[in-house]
Design a protein. Structure first.
Length: 154
């Protein structure tokens, strides 16, 4: 992944918090490895929370949206961006996703921008399908690549 990111001229934010400046705004971005449930997860959340006390915009990138459940009530980041759910992969009209993740509300599984306990979270439906034991099919869950415009609050 690092080689691919470097070849694309990007920086892979993995198990670290980096700070950049965008049009005069400081932005701290923390990235978690796929499946990370170890001590780095808690440290990344704590580090972003501490930077959130200033005028720094804080974003947490995680594969799994259940990272939101690891935050203490007094911890905050401005935005969590995750994936993992593939939008439910098979979504039936009026019923919703057949496969969902009990760690997050069913409505969040289908993707998009949501709020959980006052925390904004964007869950991408992604472009692929779940592997291993899941069927290699998508129905009612369109593949997507999301773009998020972050603008200052009025």
């Amino acid at each position: 992944m690092r080689d691919l990111a470097e070849a694309a001229g990007a920086h892979l934010v993995l198990d670290e918090v980096v700070e950049i400046e965008v049009r005069g705004q400081r932005v701290a971005i923390g990235g978690l490895a796929v499946g990370d449930k170890g001590p780095w997860r808690a440290r990344a959340i704590a580090e972003l929370d501490s930077r959130n006390q200033s005028d720094t915009l804080t974003i947490l990138l995680a594969h799994r949206p259940d990272v939101i459940n690891d935050m203490d009530d007094d911890q905050h980041v401005d935005l969590i961006v995750a994936g993992h759910t593939h939008g439910g992969q098979v979504v039936l009209p009026f019923l919703g996703p057949l496969v969902y993740y009990p760690e997050i509300p069913r409505s969040v599984t289908v993707g998009g921008l949501h709020e959980i306990d006052g925390r904004p979270i964007y869950v991408s439906t992604g472009a692929g399908v779940r592997s291993n034991t899941a069927p290699q099919v998508r129905f009612g869950s369109r593949p997507s690549i999301g773009f998020i415009d972050v603008v200052p609050a009025p």
